[in-house]
Design a protein around this ligand. Sequence first.
Ligand SMILES: *[C@@H]1O[C@H](CO)[C@@H](O)[C@H](O)[C@H]1NC(C)=O
Ligand SMILES: *[C@@H]1O[C@H](CO)[C@@H](O)[C@H](O)[C@H]1NC(C)=O
Ligand SMILES: *[C@@H]1O[C@H](CO)[C@@H](O)[C@H](O)[C@H]1NC(C)=O
Ligand SMILES: *[C@@H]1O[C@H](CO)[C@@H](O)[C@H](O)[C@H]1NC(C)=O
Ligand SMILES: *[C@@H]1O[C@H](CO)[C@@H](O)[C@H](O)[C@H]1NC(C)=O
Ligand SMILES: *[C@@H]1O[C@H](CO)[C@@H](O)[C@H](O)[C@H]1NC(C)=O
Length: 526
Amino acid sequence: MHLSVALYVGFYVLTSAAGLTESAPGSSYVAAVYEHNLVLNPEPQVPLSRPEALRHVEKNLQIYEEQSERAARQGAQILVFPEDGLQGFNFSRSSISGYLETIPDPQQENWNPCTEPGRHNNTEILQRLSCMARRYNLYLVANMADLQPCPLSTSPSSPCPPDGHWQFNTNVVFRSDGQLVARYHKQNLYFEDAFDSPPQPEIITFETPFAGTFGLLICFDILFKEPTVTLVERGVRQLIYPTAWMNQLPLLDSIQFQQAFSLGANVTLLASNLRHDYLIMTGSGIYTPFSATFHHANRGDPEEGRLLVARVPVLDPLGAGPSVTQEEGAVRDESTSSAADTDSGCCHQDSCLDSSHPETTSAVSPSSVTFNSSMMYDPFTFVLLNKTEGKLDVCQGPLCCHLQYRQSQQQGGTQELYALGAFAGTHTVNGRYALQVCALVRCAGLESSSCGQEVEEAETKMDFLLEGTFGTRHVYPSILASRHVLEQPEHLEKTADGRVTMKHSNMTGGLVTACLYGRMYQLDNE
Ligand SMILES: *[C@@H]1O[C@H](CO)[C@@H](O)[C@H](O)[C@H]1NC(C)=O
Ligand SMILES: *[C@@H]1O[C@H](CO)[C@@H](O)[C@H](O)[C@H]1NC(C)=O
Ligand SMILES: *[C@@H]1O[C@H](CO)[C@@H](O)[C@H](O)[C@H]1NC(C)=O
Ligand SMILES: *[C@@H]1O[C@H](CO)[C@@H](O)[C@H](O)[C@H]1NC(C)=O
Ligand SMILES: *[C@@H]1O[C@H](CO)[C@@H](O)[C@H](O)[C@H]1NC(C)=O
Ligand SMILES: *[C@@H]1O[C@H](CO)[C@@H](O)[C@H](O)[C@H]1NC(C)=O
């Protein structure tokens, strides 16, 4: 079922054995996400009148309308559009005014903007989206700009902005009859002058008849505890993720972190990105812990939108089943676990480096030969892979990363340099977040100083086991191959003491990055 639906729209589908047993008949649904090449306002710093703003938004709404129809024809029950997809970005607090609507709180009132357009003034965008959901009989998620009046106060501790209202970057959800059922205000803004963060983080979910509960987040939120991890900790296992994500290799490419979050949190993620080449925005997908259907444009591809549709299993809340552990982090693929561990002969206790095994000893490089190089603005400690196979360790602070690897022969004899890196510290550029990261990366050149720089392509395929001892249970694993293709890790495992292991072999493309991205949420404010 997964395969037929996904292949028919023509994208990459990765399905591990476990996925096929997950969906009993009736316990799956068809999800769609649209990567939108938006029509921009060329002068976002210049305020527009309301009619001018609506004329601009209408160009994007027309594309939404066409894609809603296409998605419905393919059986989609829920369709997700990206962050900023209607108005664009780079507005100031005042120049966005023509685009703002006051979105009523669906927890306070039931309103169907399509059938009761007169109930609230100045809601043309809400009406248009509501009628789309209704016409195509699907749940529709879009992102727009909300204005909410707030009580002015002279108290400096008042959260209300001095102009007497908040402006929020907002997800809205419409039921298949058009009723507005959820409204979520983005918590973690990323250089968005036009918007405020809500005074309290909002944990927003909604119910569907076909798949139960979904939770809402937006773009940068995915890296933070609120609301994302709180949603997951409350048992929400299906997340909706409009984004406008600027890709940053080698660790934070859009699809790479989308997959990583889905695998690490053991959840489904419906991720819809913008397509905008100048800002390096592309990469959307439908991810479950067992499969990924994704799209990521490459350099030179025509700059256009892309609809993805896939049938995916309903994920029941964890804790409901009999054999579920308390850990909410990594995935354990039951179909491969025990056999794989034995085959590989992998073990990483000190005793395994016992010199009575000659072939093991010769493969161990001295771990002391490390160097520092910056990756994504963070000072990683690296060690080079300078053989075709071997074992390596690299540590930074309390974090130790271990790698066992075997390169398959490279096509055309191209020489490519790889390094294993560790970072334990707080990232502070363009956002502050505490990390523990183990990453195997292809270096951009043949000098060790190029390790950690961006590279998109690789020819070297590698069988590997990557492991780290983390001080958090929030570890997000991913494997990115050449030209932005994800591979589904063959095996993932996590132990109670914080050790996370990712094993993979038989790659279909050259390896760009294999990463275990640990988030130390508890240290973010220190
Ligand atoms: C955003 O606006 C500023 C100021 O007008 C401009 O310098 C910058 O290039 C704009 N950025 C984008 C991505 O449009
Ligand atoms: C909508 O706007 C009109 C004209 O400004 C006003 O007369 C009417 O009371 C408003 N209706 C609502 C529901 O706010
Ligand atoms: C992940 O989810 C699957 C399916 O819902 C479940 O069987 C498995 O136990 C979960 N894994 C972890 C580590 O919680
Ligand atoms: C790498 O950086 C760490 C501090 O981050 C420092 O203690 C260490 O000496 C550096 N190593 C090299 C080889 O420069
Ligand atoms: C690999 O690196 C180690 C440590 O720098 C060095 O001793 C060894 O000679 C290197 N091996 C090869 C094959 O280059
Ligand atoms: C990888 O490929 C080899 C050779 O084709 C095969 O024997 C092995 O079973 C494959 N491993 C996995 C995990 O698929």
